[in-house]
Design a binder for this molecule. Structure first.
Ligand SMILES: [Fe+2]
Ligand SMILES: [Fe+2]
Length: 369
């Protein structure tokens, strides 16, 4: 299977017989940050304490999954009433919404893989599992906040009765086992560019599932997705602030890192998902998310444009010649992506081929994508 993509979205699927990527061995570049650059991150520690750690939300002020779910401390009858109400509201949402919500939940709940991934970054990793450095404190708090997202969505899905939980849970087990492969090379410059982009993508997609739930009248689910989106926005602020600071202290290296990640194409973290049945599961999930307007190729270009503006990349000065070329590439990329997408849309229209795809998550029902 080979798929040409914009962002994580498939443009043209080319059928070739190949096992899912999760089961292929890939050679990856590692430890690409020169060792002396570790000093840049050590020198930023007090800045992280002052400017990043305050972006954590104290546990005492945080919502918990229970805030939005039927209360299991009630009597059986009262609890059942709340579950019934949840199911009545969920009944108004279409199957394709549930496919997207499952994919979003899995993208959250494969969290052990993401914490491991962040702890591959040289110079900022949590060396002991409870390291007191501000970098490690941030990563653990971020993980603890994120952990609520998958827990909440998974429990909601379980209670909704709309999805095949065994297949969903199997996909999660495969996904955590497969890991994440987004080519950040143990390099925190690349890594924080990736997390900046990814948190904004998560903010957008949860915001869109909230909007759709509200439109269908499920106000509790709208609050669930909206509250998760608000967390993602705070995380986006933290990671984009880190890159902003790196652009100040080491502009050329940081500019090159942004261009490198954009060359590689930012892929959603759950791209190695597999349910034991569909080797193109991630492509199909992405198509469903795109069709529903939860995350599209246009969102990818919008995020890039947002980050170019957020980091004031067009006006960035003090770059070496290689970094200036990288700056031109990154600042001109969003319009190119939009053009590519238009060409792909036109081609798809001409082919007029929508196809039915069965999803194990919704009891093998078929969606037209
Ligand atoms: Fe999240
Ligand atoms: Fe997040």
């Amino acid at each position: 299977m080979k798929t040409l993509t914009v962002g994580s979205l498939p443009l043209i699927a080319v059928a070739t017989a190949r096992p899912p990527r999760a089961f292929l061995k890939t050679e990856r570049k590692t430890h690409s940050m020169p060792p002396e650059k570790v000093e840049v991150f050590t020198a930023m520690e007090s800045w992280v304490s002052q400017r990043i750690l305050p972006l954590r939300k104290p546990v005492e002020q945080s919502w918990q999954p229970q805030t939005f779910l039927p209360d299991s401390s009630l009597t059986v009858d009262e609890f059942n009433d709340q579950v019934r109400e949840l199911r009545d509201r969920a009944a108004e949402l279409p199957d394709e919404y549930f496919v997207v919500l499952v994919g979003d939940m899995l993208s959250e709940d494969a969290l052990p893989a993401y914490q491991s991934f962040i702890n591959t970054f040289d110079g900022v990793r949590d060396e002991t599992g409870c390291s007191p450095t501000p970098w490690a404190q941030w990563t653990r708090s971020w993980t603890a906040e994120e952990n609520r997202h998958g827990d909440l969505l998974k429990t909601y899905l379980y209670l909704s009765g709309r999805v095949d939980m065994r297949m969903v849970e199997k996909t999660l087990q495969y996904l955590i086992g497969a890991g994440v492969d987004v080519q950040t090379e143990n390099n925190p410059y690349l890594g924080f560019v990736y997390t900046s982009f990814q948190e904004r993508a998560a903010f957008i997609s949860h915001g869109n599932t909230a909007r759709l739930a509200k439109e269908s009248g499920d106000l509790v689910l709208a609050r669930i997705c909206g509250s998760i989106a608000a967390d993602e926005k705070r995380h986006e602020n933290a990671y984009t602030r880190i890159i902003e600071k790196l652009l100040e202290v080491d502009p050329s290296e940081t500019m090159l890192a942004i261009a490198d990640m954009m060359h590689k194409n930012i892929t959603l973290p759950a791209h190695l998902m597999y349910d034991g049945c569909d080797p193109k599961l991630f492509t199909h999930f992405s198509m469903a998310a795109s069709k529903l307007g939860v995350y599209t190729a246009n969102d990818y270009a919008d995020i890039l444009e947002f980050l170019v503006g957020r980091w004031r990349l067009e006006k960035l000065e003090g770059l070496n010649s290689e970094a200036r070329r990288a700056q031109d590439f990154v600042c001109g990329l969003a319009p190119r992506i939009r053009r590519l997408q238009e060409i792909a849309d036109e081609r798809a229209k001409k082919m007029k081929k929508s196809r039915g795809v069965k999803f194990s998550w919704i009891f093998n029902k078929e969606l037209v994508l």
